[in-house]
Write a protein of this length. Structure first.
Length: 145
């Protein structure tokens, strides 16, 4: 798998991954706007000439926020998520991030374990943050990158 910056030609595949991985998915238009923002980072996880995942982060004022980390179901559990996460953290550091945060569904234990193994720690919760189904968000931080 290769991790690289997302380009406009990837937007349709990224939108399909988004719809497959999230209950409340971002639209293609929102992905396109994100790609244009100087604060955002969008990375593609490519394998065999097609996107199997993508990640999005925002860096402002020395802090990064991982907004999306998505790997298609058939490509999970083989280190691809870790590789994409490491790519996002590296790219955020290059943009000046000294710490990073994210939020994740309470029930997403696989993602939470991945983030913990990468140095993120659970610090807070947002009650009933997610809809469909209603669920708390776990807020995690890596305070030192």
């Amino acid at each position: 798998m290769m991790v690289r910056y997302l380009v406009p030609a990837d937007l349709e595949q990224a939108a399909q991954i988004e719809a497959a991985c999230f209950h409340e998915s971002w639209s293609r238009a929102l992905l396109e706007e994100s790609l244009k923002s100087p604060w955002n980072l969008l990375l593609a996880a490519e394998e065999g000439g097609r996107l199997v995942g993508y990640g999005a982060a925002c860096v402002i004022g020395g802090e990064g926020e991982i907004q999306r980390l998505a790997i298609l179901k058939d490509y999970r559990q083989n280190g691809r998520g870790r590789e994409l996460l490491e790519g996002l953290v590296k790219a955020a550091k290059e943009k000046g991030a000294r710490a990073m945060t994210l939020e994740v569904r309470e029930s997403n234990l696989a993602a939470r374990r991945l983030y913990i193994s990468a140095g993120f720690r659970e610090e807070a919760r947002r009650k009933d943050y997610y809809r469909a189904p209603r669920e708390d968000a776990v807020i995690m931080w890596a305070r030192t990158l």
